[in-house]
Design a protein around this ligand. Sequence first.
Ligand SMILES: NC(=O)c1ccc[n+]([C@@H]2O[C@H](COP(=O)([O-])OP(=O)(O)OC[C@H]3O[C@@H](n4cnc5c(N)ncnc54)[C@H](OP(=O)(O)O)[C@@H]3O)[C@@H](O)[C@H]2O)c1
Length: 252
Amino acid sequence: MSESTRPLDGRVALVTGASSGIGEATAIALAGAGAAVAIGARRRDRLDALAATLRDSGARVLQLDLDVTDEPACRASVDRTRSELGGLDILVNNAGVMLLGTIVGADTEDWRRMLNTNVLGLMYMTHAAIEGMVEQGSGDIVSISSVAGRQARKGAGVYNASKWAVNAFSESLRQEVTGRGVRVGLVEPGAVATELSSHITQPEAKQASQAMAAGMRTLQPEDIARAVLYLVTQPPHVAVNEMLVRPTDQER
Ligand SMILES: NC(=O)c1ccc[n+]([C@@H]2O[C@H](COP(=O)([O-])OP(=O)(O)OC[C@H]3O[C@@H](n4cnc5c(N)ncnc54)[C@H](OP(=O)(O)O)[C@@H]3O)[C@@H](O)[C@H]2O)c1
């Protein structure tokens, strides 16, 4: 994109879970469109590499040690973004885990990890960011939900519940703040080629998830990054609230 036509020049974005997959691709896409970008996650080495790439391309970057399950860390990340990058216009709530498995026989530690990260972490980040956006009368909160937030499936119960919670929270927040100029949107991917399924602890569930992805032309992280970019580059009077993006080969 040429320097003079970049749609996000002068805007500041914060992306959670930027150390891999969709978050990394989204940070690159937002920076490519002119935004200064704060990148947060727990794996510092991965963020170091991304920060170097972004700086090489001329972007302003802030690297954040961020575990979204830690509420004070969420607030500190938002505060640092505002003080060091000069504001916060776009929050991309992307950090998440997908620990698929049956409910019968589940390790309930998987449930705590999913709900603490996908739901509470997203709520802490949103809570930390939203007041400033309301005060400035503009902003975008974009949350990465999932097809799993719209279709429940056997073997995905708690992941489904976590993404259902994201969708409900997002719609409630939308109604609360849209009249004050803040847009709230959801991007709901189908299968994307990332490391997400590598963390599944139930062997059968991991195998099934990876076999499903192997049987189709999955999305790439950049495909979802383009969807996020589409939401945040609309004119101020246009709010794209929900975007479901599946691989063409994915039936359900
Ligand atoms: N891949 C898919 O098929 C798919 C489909 C639908 C929705 N999604 C959603 O897309 C989002 C991104 O996933 P992905 O596919 O890109 O997988 P990924 O490559 O595994 O990325 C997940 C990201 O979340 C971060 N993360 C996890 N726990 C965190 C925590 N407690 N605090 C901060 N960051 C944390 C990870 O970074 P660290 O480990 O470095 O902290 C990583 O950067 C998730 O919300 C996922 O549910 C993915």
